[in-house]
Design a protein around this ligand. Structure first.
Ligand SMILES: *[C@@H]1O[C@H](CO)[C@@H](O)[C@H](O)[C@H]1NC(C)=O
Ligand SMILES: *[C@@H]1O[C@H](CO)[C@@H](O)[C@H](O)[C@H]1NC(C)=O
Ligand SMILES: *[C@@H]1O[C@H](CO)[C@@H](O)[C@H](O)[C@H]1NC(C)=O
Ligand SMILES: *[C@@H]1O[C@H](CO)[C@@H](O)[C@H](O)[C@H]1NC(C)=O
Ligand SMILES: *[C@@H]1O[C@H](CO)[C@@H](O)[C@H](O)[C@H]1NC(C)=O
Length: 421
């Protein structure tokens, strides 16, 4: 075939076809013919290519083999490949990382067939527990290149080889605060580590003991860890607050819960809710019952005397008004300090007098001073340790030429919390 010219083959075939065409239908077949011609030319080209290839390959066989390589080989995961040449006749080797074992062929050769000998190697995690290293009923936990033993009750040590009595920590204390350590044996040396928040302990470094942060940082330079109470937890700690307080966002301090604002109180409708540090108080303002006078509530916290009958001296001597104030303070508040100020809105007469009423209790904690001509102040004289409720009454009288014109009573109730925050 190769010796015939292309044109000769073409004409040979074409002539035959055309002859048949004329006999049938010229127009229809003309179309068919052009496609046939194209496809014929294409197959002829392919044929020529193949012949050329065949011819050249016979002459250049050796060159081609030397030039060829096997497919690229990557090192296995958790291992590596030694040897870079992928050419025919060359070898590569595979090594696994420590803690992994080889599965498949360690060496592979690039063969004449341009394929690698042997099987695709992989590196598999060695099961350190396979040899059952934990004794006396201990449970082995396999990890990469290491293992740890969770010992049965009464046993301790890296491989649970010693009785708990021999170990520094009895097995009975094993719990969330005492954990087994993680140990690695490398070249005959044991290296043990603990989870964060734990520290190595035990005779063989075989256990990890929880660090008591509360104890450790109790009076540390950074100050106490917690404002109120520190609770040691396995591997950590948290701060807690007394009832009536919530731990602040920083987790260290306590902030008072406003029970009055959050409806966490059970005060009735006729009571007022007073938020205190760590709690709340329900208070009810009732006007006093005093002979010869009657009082009426003019605001939730104030009572005023009804007008006295003319010439009723006993009535006109009674206080003109009572006002009520409630203060919430923390325990051990520094003193002396001003707790409350009283002044006359529209003073009449020539003199204002301020005095402290109430029994001995009031006098022990408070005193009343004038701060300016028209103002008196209730002072706390000593720090008060809570929880406590203190009451004090401040009387303000107006006088004109030493004759009393009016008396006004201010009742102050102080709720002292149990804590200093
Ligand atoms: C084969 O070898 C020739 C000459 O040595 C070189 O020019 C060519 O790039 C090589 N081909 C491959 C695929 O390596
Ligand atoms: C306080 O904490 C409790 C529970 O942790 C929560 O339900 C409540 O909303 C908190 N109150 C305030 C005022 O943050
Ligand atoms: C509110 O509840 C407390 C207990 O939580 C109880 O001691 C107190 O008497 C109650 N007060 C009222 C007004 O119901
Ligand atoms: C004051 O009240 C008492 C008892 O309520 C009564 O005996 C007395 O007469 C009254 N005084 C005046 C001046 O009304
Ligand atoms: C009260 O406060 C003072 C100083 O602010 C402090 O030294 C003292 O220990 C506190 N007392 C109590 C009982 O907390």
């Amino acid at each position: 075939l190769a010796h015939l010219s292309n044109k000769a083959i073409y004409l040979l075939w074409l002539g035959n076809l055309r002859y048949q065409c004329i006999l049938l239908c010229r127009q229809y077949v003309q179309k068919l013919l052009s496609t046939q011609e194209a496809s014929y030319l294409q197959s002829l080209r392919n044929l020529k290519k193949k012949i050329n290839l065949l011819q050249s390959s016979t002459g250049k066989q050796t060159t081609r083999t030397i030039n060829s390589t096997c497919p690229r080989l990557d090192g296995p995961i958790n291992g590596r490949k030694l040897g870079r040449s992928h050419a025919v006749g060359h070898e590569v080797h595979v090594l696994c990382d420590p803690g992994y074992e080889l599965v498949g062929s360690e060496s592979r050769v690039c063969q004449e067939s341009l394929t690698w000998s042997g099987q695709q190697p992989t590196c598999r995690d060695i099961n350190e527990c396979a040899s059952s290293p934990c004794l006396n009923g201990g449970t082995c936990v396999d990890e990469v290149n290491q293992f740890s033993c969770v010992c049965a009750k009464g046993w301790a040590g890296l491989t649970c080889q010693t009785t708990a009595a021999a170990a520094t920590l009895p097995a009975a204390t094993m719990g969330p605060f005492v954990r087994p350590s993680r140990c690695t044996i490398m070249q005959g040396t044991t290296h043990c580590t603990c989870e964060p928040g734990y520290t190595i302990s035990g005779r063989d470094s075989n256990t990890c003991t929880d660090i008591d942060e509360c104890e450790l940082f109790h009076n540390g330079q950074a100050g106490k860890l917690c404002l109120h109470a520190c609770v040691n937890t396995p591997g950590g700690y948290r701060c807690s607050c007394p009832i009536g307080y919530n731990v602040t966002r920083d987790g260290r301090s306590c902030k008072d819960i406003d029970e009055c604002a959050t409806r966490q109180n059970n005060c009735t409708k006729d009571q007022m809710c007073i938020n205190t540090y760590g709690g709340f108080q329900c208070v009810r303002v009732d006007c006093p019952k005093i002979p010869n006078a009657t009082y009426v509530k003019t605001s939730p916290m104030r009572c005023e005397r009804n007008p006295c009958p003319v010439d009723n001296k006993a009535c006109s001597q009674t206080p003109n008004s009572f006002s009520y104030h409630y203060l919430a303070v923390v325990s051990n508040l520094s003193a002396p300090r001003v707790m409350f100020r009283v002044s006359a809105l529209r003073p009449i007469g020539d003199t204002l007098r301020f005095s402290l009423l109430g029994g001995r209790q009031a006098r022990r904690h408070f005193t009343v001073q004038r701060s300016d001509r028209g103002t008196g102040q209730l002072m706390l004289v000593d720090p008060v340790q809570g929880p406590a409720t203190l009451e004090a009454e401040v009387e303000m009288s107006e006088l004109e030429r030493r004759v009393q014109l009016g008396r006004y009573i201010t009742k102050v109730t102080m709720f002292v919390s149990q804590y200093e925050f």
